[in-house]
Design a protein around this ligand. Structure first.
Ligand code: HEM
Length: 231
């Protein structure tokens, strides 16, 4: 057995069951990735209420906080938090296992496309994780917001993006989200068995279309506030 095979066998023997195997963790990454992708898309659509004015956005926020007698948001938060946690756990442990299994000499092969993609996934994922923490402290708890008002999410949204550094960070984070989503959709459709010259054009257009839509609309929010279109 080669060093690489021994490392993989060792890593898999340490864990128990399907979820500890590398295939199990890849499935877990894909399932949680699709769930998070669904959330980001619905969240982007929900925030369109900001273009309809204060009443629409505040009603929408009130609905989120009071659905199913106020229980809904907690169920939703628990699911989302678990999905983020499992997604990161699977990514980190798969990376560590890959590193342990990497044969000597591979270090010099910088040109491989898959290596470039996975490196991009790592740093865009890291910036996204930092963004999510900042975003929650900014628009959910108000801890890092200049003048947060729990009763007025629309005012928090507008006043929050009036600060150019905050708006700039949102824009950079959305570009990272785009990179992460693009590679995520691309490799997910590959896992579905669609990696074939006949479907590659379709896969590329699908990944690009969805990413441009979500990132484009999300970036429009801070820009609309900075330019005074939303005020
Ligand atoms: C420019 C883009 C975005 C805008 C304008 C935006 C806006 C908002 C607003 C206004 C809230 C507070 C809702 C409320 O409590 O009433 C919120 C919450 C949240 N946002 Fe975003 N968001 C953006 C992008 C994102 C992205 C990319 C993610 C995830 C990757 C995200 C994840 C969340 C989460 C997890 C919450 C907390 C929901 C809860 O209360 O539990 N947001 N967002």
């Amino acid at each position: 057995m080669s060093v690489a095979e021994q490392s993989i066998a060792g890593a898999e023997a340490r864990g128990r069951g399907f979820m500890a195997s590398s295939v199990g963790r890849k499935v877990l990454m894909a399932v949680t990735g699709v769930l998070l992708f669904g959330f980001v898309t619905v969240h982007m659509l929900g925030n369109l209420t900001s273009y309809m004015g204060a009443t629409a956005m505040n009603h929408y926020a009130e609905f989120l906080h009071t659905m199913i007698h106020g229980m809904g948001i907690w169920v939703f938060r628990a699911v989302l938090l678990s999905a983020v946690g499992l997604h990161i756990w699977a990514a980190v442990t798969l990376t560590l296992d890959n590193r342990a299994a990497r044969p000597l000499g591979y270090r010099n092969q910088h040109t491989q496309a898959s290596t470039w993609a996975s490196r991009t996934m790592r740093w865009s994922g890291f910036i996204l994780a930092a963004f999510i923490v900042y975003h929650l402290l900014h628009l959910t708890t108000g801890t890092v917001h200049p003048n947060f008002d729990h009763a007025n999410p629309y005012a928090n949204f507008v006043n929050g993006f009036k600060v150019p550094a905050a708006a700039g960070f949102y824009i950079v984070a959305q570009l990272c989200l785009g990179l992460h989503m693009w590679h995520g959709v691309w490799s997910f459709t590959q896992s579905l068995g669609l990696a074939h010259p006949r479907y590659d054009g379709l896969r590329r257009n699908f990944a690009t279309g969805l990413t441009v839509l979500v990132v484009g609309v999300n970036i429009s929010y801070p820009i609309a506030v900075l330019t005074g279109f939303i005020h």
